[in-house]
Design a protein around this ligand. Structure first.
Ligand code: UDP
Ligand code: MG
Length: 322
């Protein structure tokens, strides 16, 4: 497989139905990369797009030999596409970037410079402000980062998404992890390599529409928590303990009242208690199911993605695995 030392820089860009933004992306990205005066490759990962993303990339490649197309056979999700790109990248440094120009390519030279001058393995792109995001996105993102920082530790900078630079050593460390559903924005800080930050202003998506509907956001949040900690399971245990405590207190007060000659009227409270504990049990079972399901997936060990084409590889498609 690929290793570093062949190129100075790889720029990995997952793309899902991004035909609308591609010309603008090339217009902004290419001058920046050519201006570096170093060897580089742009790894465009087509995450099973249904539009003309792949066809346009093929066209663009005619005039831009550094552009490399890695196609996934089916839509596998942003993080899986990122995985494919990282695993196939060849640069000494690897920058990951969204296709929609929300991560400005003009920041890349600054990231590279910082990593080299201070010998850093990670340079996070940190969002200076989120003016361009909707109020809903800003609030949910705020909550996400607060919870995640608790899980991973303080090292995770606020507002660091998937726009970042990684050293070859860092990419290899990530590759060596057998994670089934890697969530890079957590795994990267968790590994504890020396890191720095470059702040940037997050612009609006340049063209096309978001590929992250609420369902995908929820899945990312669930993956983030469940892959990193068993705390929710422990919380279920505490909830159970609290239930037992509450029951003991309620029983005692009821008995005392009964001894004093008052019978507590109870159909409503009985019904509510049954309902509450039924619901709590279902939630805990569901939670358990999430973890068991992931164990099942890990045992199945299906590849997170399948590559159907890589313009750098000369081998015929039939011999390519994930
Ligand atoms: N993306 C992907 N596969 C998916 C969904 C998204 O490769 O299944 C890519 C998408 O093309 C973009 C990046 O992930 O380059 C981030 O997506 P988007 O900008 O739509 O997310 P948002 O900024 O709205 O959170
Ligand atoms: Mg975006």
């Amino acid at each position: 497989m690929t290793a570093g030392g062949e190129l100075a820089l790889s720029v990995v860009i997952p793309m899902f139905n991004e035909e609308a933004v591609l010309p603008l992306l090339v217009q902004r990205l290419r001058p920046v990369l050519d201006g570096l005066g170093e060897t580089y490759e742009v790894v465009a990962v087509d995450d099973g797009s249904a539009d003309d993303t792949a066809a346009i990339l093929h066209l663009l490649r005619r005039n831009w030999p550094e552009l490399r197309l890695v196609r996934l056979r089916r839509n596998s999700g942003h993080q899986a596409a990122l995985t494919a790109g990282l695993h196939r990248s060849r640069g000494d440094y690897v920058v990951s970037l969204d296709a929609d120009l929300q991560d400005p390519p003009e920041v890349i030279p600054e990231m590279l410079e910082l990593a080299r001058s201070r010998q850093l393995d990670i340079v996070y792109g940190v969002r200076g402000d989120r003016e361009s995001d909707t109020v809903f996105k800003r609030n949910t993102a705020g909550l996400y980062y607060t919870v995640m920082r608790k899980i991973v530790g303080k090292k995770m900078p606020d507002g660091a998404g998937d726009f970042r630079l990684l050293s070859r050593a860092m990419v290899e460390a990530l590759r060596s992890l057998p994670e089934h559903t890697p969530v890079y924005r957590l795994l990267v800080p968790w590994l504890g390599f020396p890191s720095g930050e470059v702040s940037y202003v997050r612009e609006k998506r340049a063209a096309g529409s978001t590929k992250y509907p609420l369902t995908k956001m929820i899945r990312l949040a669930a993956d983030s928590v469940i892959n990193f900690t068993a705390a929710p399971l422990r919380a279920a245990l505490w909830l159970g303990a609290f239930g037992v405590g509450a029951t003991v207190v309620l029983t005692a007060t009821t008995l005392i009242a009964w001894a004093n000659g008052t019978v507590v009227p109870g159909w409503t409270s009985l019904f509510l208690a049954v309902l509450l504990f039924g619901a709590v049990q279902l939630i805990c079972l569901g939670l358990l199911g999430e973890y068991v399901g992931r164990i099942f997936q890990a045992l199945q060990a299906r590849p997170a993605y399948f590559i159907s084409e890589d313009t750098v590889e000369a081998r015929p498609p039939s011999q390519r695995g994930a």
